[in-house]
Design a protein around this ligand. Sequence first.
Ligand SMILES: NC(=O)c1ccc[n+]([C@@H]2O[C@H](COP(=O)([O-])OP(=O)(O)OC[C@H]3O[C@@H](n4cnc5c(N)ncnc54)[C@H](O)[C@@H]3O)[C@@H](O)[C@H]2O)c1
Ligand SMILES: O=C(O)C[C@H](O)C(=O)O
Length: 326
Amino acid sequence: MFRRLLVQSRRRHGSSVAVLGAAGGIGQPLSLLIKQSPLVSELSLYDVVNTPGVAADLSHCNTPGKVRATVGEGKAVEALQGADVVVIPAGVPRKPGMTRDDLFNTNAKIVATLAEACGTACPDACFLVISNPVNSTVPIFAETLKKMGVYDKKRLFGVTTLDVVRAQTFVAENQGTDVATTKVDVIGGHAGTTILPLLSQIPGAKFSDDDVKALTRRVQFGGDEVVQAKDGAGSATLSMAYAGAHFTFRLLDALNGAPNVTECTFVENDLTRAPFFSTPVTLGKHGVDTIHPFGTLSAFEQDNFDAMLPDLLAQAEKGIAFVKNH
Ligand SMILES: NC(=O)c1ccc[n+]([C@@H]2O[C@H](COP(=O)([O-])OP(=O)(O)OC[C@H]3O[C@@H](n4cnc5c(N)ncnc54)[C@H](O)[C@@H]3O)[C@@H](O)[C@H]2O)c1
Ligand SMILES: O=C(O)C[C@H](O)C(=O)O
């Protein structure tokens, strides 16, 4: 209780945000964007390599957040002291021809190790998991915290904001609408056909059946578009940093008491048979405030929904089994 009060009082004077994987393709631009927030009083950067250079560079930006660097295997606990929000883009990205699930063997261990460090150093923080495969790494994070007895489902988020960002961009292009005011909910998970943009629920939008199919597919496989264009040099980093910073800022706003902060995010809920499911969530002073149902689906969306559920379940179970067996 006392610990929580301390965390809350510190928040009134700005939050401490930690980025794990801060020297990577996402980590660097994400840290730059977060450094610009007036709500951040401390930015703690952690990576197994190169953190001091990134931190020295960022520390020259004339914004209030003080930058701290920690580098090296096994040093995450040090980096996480006092963190209110932890953003996690640590892990390997895809190359052409790979699925996100092909990253499981490497990233599961990285995410479990970092979750353990979070459970030790800052169990009351909010955790934002970017590392793929999100459909499995978020359950891994949850199971690890459960094993330690410190899991709180209101504070663990899989970051699926990039799917929303893509959907809004592609729909605005298709409809000729202002991208700034084009809103699209994207539900499900974060891999291929587990990503489901709800085009039928966009007020005023009119799509042909072919448009619905093509737009849905483009949102579902937007990540592959970038992986192929980068041709072996990784996956989305800049748009992910943009999306990750957006979600971090929205959460910081909500933690600081802003009302009506609603974003789609992959959180534990009982809307479906899958333990984690991305849906519109109102964020509040303690993380998840209200989980919203995703509304009526079109026949096309319902087919997609029915097809995705077994995959989402299997990918969550794979993550849970990983923690149970280690
Ligand atoms: N959720 C999404 O929408 C989304 C979008 C894009 C990428 N991703 C995922 O994000 C992850 C990172 O992508 P990237 O392009 O930044 O990769 P990257 O290889 O450029 O950077 C990853 C960083 O993680 C660091 N790292 C590795 N193990 C670590 C550990 N144990 N502790 C701390 N840091 C560690 C590496 O040193 C590296 O700096 C990938 O798994 C990728 O698939 C997710
Ligand atoms: O596609 C990837 O592997 C990275 C990320 O999940 C994305 O959607 O861009």
